[in-house]
Design a protein around this ligand. Structure first.
Ligand code: SAH
Ligand code: SF4
Length: 354
C-alpha cells in the first residue's frame, strides 16, 4: 500500500517532495494541515495549492489519505470515556479509546489487527494475528480521537498509551514513526514523557527501545512472578523468560534513567493472593518500578474473574509495605468494555449469533 500523508514524518515528507522535484518547503503547510488542523482531505481543503504539489499529492500519496471510518462508538456512563471501533482501507477493524477526564485526556491506540502473543485472558489475543498497522493507521487513530475531543470538549489530547490491540514492540518501526509524528511540536505535540508503550515482554523490542533517541515511558505486562505461573497466562514467556525480561527492564531503566511501569492484571484465585503479592515485591526489589494493578475484565474465551475490592486493596497493601509504589487502575469505562479488543469481540459474537 502507498504511504499516506498521516504516516509521513516531517523529514520524510520533505525528502519525498524533493525526490519528486517538488519544493520541500511545502512540507510545512502539508504537515500542518494534516497533523494540526486535522483536515482529512489534506491540502485539497487548503486554498492555493499549486499544480505541481497537487500532482504530487494525487500520484505519490494515497488519494483520500488514510481511510479510517467509524463503525461503532460506545460512550461510557462516566461521560468522559469513549471507545471507537474504526475500519481501515481493507475492511480490518481496530479499536481506539479516549480515556481520562477534563485537562488530562488520553488516547489508547492499537498497533496491530489482532495479536500474535496469545495471552489467554485477552480478547485481542483470542482473535489471533491478522496484520501490522502502518504508521499512518496508528497516527490516524490519534487524529480521530483528537478531532472528536476538540468537537466535544474543546480540549486537546495530553497523553498517548499504546495499550490497545496488538503488541507495539512487535511492530516496531511503524509504531516509532507514528510516535515521532505525534510528539512532533509541529503536530499534536504530545510530550514524549506522556507517551507510554506497553509490552507483553517482547525483549528484542525493549532492547531497541532502550537505544531509541526518544525517552518514552515503558510499561511491561507481568501478571506472574514465576515462569511457571506467567507462562500459563502469557505463552511467549517460554521464549522470553522472566529473568531475561527483568534484565532488559533494568537495562532500559539504566540507559534512560527512567522508572519502569509494570502491569499486573489481577485474576481471582490465579495471581491475587498475599503470597503472589510478596513474590511480586521480591521480584522487583531494588528496581525503580511502579505497579499498575488492573482487575481483570472478563472476556468470552477465558473463564476468569476479577477479585473483589477488598482483595485488591490487600494485595496493594502488601506491595506498598514492601516499598513498591502502585496504582489500582480506575475501572472507569468498564461499562464500555474498555479492555483491549473487547468491543470488537462483542460485535463479532453479535454478528455470529444472528
Ligand atoms: N500488547 C501489549 C499492549 C496491549 S494490552 C501488552 O500486552 O502489554 C494492554 C494491557 O491490557 C496489558 O497490560 C494487558 O495485559 C492488559 N489486558 C489485556 N486483556 C485484559 C483483560 N481482559 N483484563 C484486564 N487487563 C487486560
Ligand atoms: Fe497481545 Fe497484549 Fe493481548 Fe497479550 S495482552 S495478546 S500481548 S494485546
Amino acid at each position: 500500500m502507498m504511504d499516506t500523508l498521516e504516516g509521513l514524518r516531517y523529514g520524510a515528507l520533505e525528502e519525498r517532495l524533493a525526490a519528486s522535484g517538488v519544493n520541500p518547503v511545502h512540507a510545512k503547510p502539508l504537515f500542518n494541515a494534516v497533523q494540526r488542523k486535522l483536515l482529512r482531505g489534506g491540502l485539497s481543503e487548503v486554498e492555493g495549492v499549486l499544480p505541481p504539489l497537487q500532482r504530487w499529492l494525487d500520484s505519490e500519496v494515497a488519494p483520500g489519505h488514510c481511510p479510517i471510518d467509524l463503525v461503532d462508538e460506545t460512550p461510557s456512563s462516566d461521560g468522559f470515556t469513549r471507545k471507537y471501533l474504526l475500519r481501515l482501507h481493507d475492511g480490518a477493524e481496530v479499536e481506539s479509546v479516549r480515556m481520562g477526564f477534563p485537562g488530562r485526556y488520553t488516547a489508547c491506540l492499537s498497533s496491530q489487527v489482532g495479536c500474535a502473543m496469545g495471552c489467554v485472558f485477552c480478547a485481542t489475543g483470542q482473535m489471533g494475528f491478522s496484520r501490522n498497522l502502518s504508521a499512518g493507521e496508528i497516527v490516524a487513530q490519534a487524529l480521530h480521537v483528537e478531532r472528536e475531543l476538540r468537537k466535544d470538549t474543546g480540549e486537546q489530547l495530553r497523553n498517548i498509551v499504546m495499550m490497545g490491540m496488538g503488541e507495539p514492540l512487535h511492530n516496531f518501526e511503524p509504531t516509532m514513526d507514528a510516535l515521532e509524528i505525534l510528539t512532533d511540536t509541529r503536530g499534536l505535540n504530545i510530550g514524549p514523557a506522556r507517551v507510554a508503550i506497553s509490552t507483553v515482554g517482547y525483549i528484542p523490542g525493549i532492547q531497541k527501545l532502550a537505544r531509541h533517541p526518544k525517552r518514552y515511558s515503558l510499561a511491561v505486562s507481568l501478571h506472574g512472578a514465576s515462569d511457571a505461573e506467567r507462562g500459563k497466562l502469557i505463552p511467549i514467556n517460554k521464549r522470553w523468560p522472566l529473568s531475561d525480561l527483568l534484565e532488559a527492564c533494568r537495562e532500559y531503566s539504566a540507559i534512560k534513567r527512567a522508572r519502569v511501569f509494570f502491569a499486573w492484571t489481577l485474576i481471582r484465585g490465579v495471581n491475587d493472593s498475599d503470597d503472589h503479592a510478596h513474590r511480586l515485591a521480591n521480584l522487583l526489589h531494588g528496581m525503580d518500578a511502579h505497579v499498575n494493578l488492573i482487575p481483570l475484565n472478563p472476556t468470552e474465551d477465558y473463564d476468569g474473574q476479577a477479585p473483589d475490592e477488598l482483595r485488591v486493596r490487600a494485595f496493594q497493601q502488601i506491595i506498598q509495605d514492601a516499598g513498591l509504589p502502585s496504582t489500582v487502575r480506575q475501572r472507569r469505562g468498564i461499562d464500555v468494555a474498555a479492555g483491549c479488543g473487547q468491543l470488537k469481540a462483542k460485535k463479532r459474537s453479535r454478528l455470529q449469533r444472528y
